[in-house]
Design a protein around this ligand. Structure first.
Ligand code: TYM
Length: 331
């Protein structure tokens, strides 16, 4: 049986990268798979968080998922910290994970920066908790943006290490699902940086709650080059910002980069950007409005999270009971 699991951090604004790289695909997959979507607050606290803001952001992200089309009755939507099995399995898997594997993780290197010795153990063990998130549900498929690829490869390695160590075929090796255009949406200000919640400049990203004016302003100000659009994607080589905008257009329109280039061949970016604004507003506008509406009903959001935690917790408990039996831990 196939089961989907994916996670998203409740740290600040949901943005177009989260939407195109992950959430939009989650919405499509819920039709054909049993799907579990988790707001990963335990991952968020690997860096300092304000407690009130963290709680607020968990609700906000939940509202974002529902507004984007996640059906919380069909799927399981919940906060990671409500299901203790994630932390417990992370400990057990951490005992099987060689430091050498963690030392290769580029995200840790980026987030820890030069002061590696000052970085927390949680930040270092972050990918082990990710593996636990997935494996505690014995999930087979994990839809993510391209930036999570390395972590998913590690999850597969950890699942394999467990199975080999105990001579079992217990954890499936989870398959990353990275598909569609814009699997890595870049900053609107710098085409070499990914669009991210933590970028100091709000002009670098389009937030899912931005209104039409904000979207228009950000796209108009987005960095480009003076050349017109080429007739084929090959003509975008070496033009990071142009590649990004064409990718965003393709993803939002449900088309390909080839189709976008064919449509705008020879046009200037000013023309293209005006159309991109219209397209982005038509896709994100209704989602942002629905998020606003849901934020006015926190009781509804809390019910979704409570119900999701109950259903997720039942699956996680069963997995941990079996893991205890396999490892010789207390029944
Ligand atoms: P997070 O919260 O950074 O991002 C959530 C999802 O959005 C995708 N994403 C992007 N996709 C394209 N372009 C971008 N600029 C962009 N920025 C973010 C991410 O790839 C992700 O799919 N560690 C994970 C959360 C996590 C998780 C898991 C994911 C925790 N446990 C288990 C899958 C399975 C994270 O920080 O995602």
């Amino acid at each position: 049986m196939n089961r989907i699991f994916s996670g998203i951090q409740p740290t600040g604004n949901l943005h177009l990268g989260n939407y195109l790289g992950a959430i939009r695909n989650w919405v499509g997959l819920q039709e054909s798979f049993e799907s579990i979507y988790c707001i990963v607050d335990l991952h968020a606290v690997t860096l300092p968080q304000d407690p009130a803001e963290l709680r607020h952001n968990v609700r906000e992200v939940t509202a974002g998922l529902v507004a984007a089309g996640i059906d919380a009755e069909r799927c399981i939507v919940f906060a990671q910290s409500a299901v203790p099995g994630h932390s417990e399995l992370a400990w057990l898997l951490g005992c099987l994970t060689p430091l050498g594997w963690l030392n290769r993780m580029t995200q840790f290197k980026e987030k820890a920066g030069k002061r590696r010795d000052a970085a927390g153990l949680g930040l270092y063990a972050y990918p082990v908790l990710m593996a636990a998130d997935i494996l505690v549900y014995q999930a087979t498929h994990v839809p993510v943006g391209d930036d999570q690829k390395q972590h998913l490869e590690l999850s597969r390695d950890i699942a394999g290490a467990f199975n080999r160590r105990f001579g079992v075929d217990f954890f499936p090796l989870p398959e990353p699902q990275i598909f569609g255009a814009a699997t890595r949406v870049m900053s609107l200000r710098d085409g070499s940086q990914k669009m991210s919640k933590s970028d100091a400049s709000d002009y670098s990203r389009i937030n899912m709650t931005d209104d039409a004016d904000a979207i228009a302003l950000k796209i108009r100000k987005a960095r480009t080059d003076p050349d017109p659009l080429p007739g084929t994607p090959e003509g975008l080589a070496g033009r990071a910002e142009a590649i990004n905008l064409v990718g965003i257009y393709a993803a939002l329109s449900g088309g390909t980069e080839d189709e976008v280039c064919a449509k705008y061949a020879g046009e200037m970016f000013s023309t293209f950007k005006a159309d991109l604004v219209e397209l982005a507003v038509s896709v994100l506008g209704p989602i942002g409005a629905e998020m606003q509406r849901l934020k006015g009903d926190p009781g509804y959001i809390d019910r979704i999270l409570r119900d999701g935690a109950e259903r997720a917790g039942a699956i996680a408990s069963r997995t941990l009971a079996e893991v205890h039996a396999i490892m010789g831990l207390a029944a």
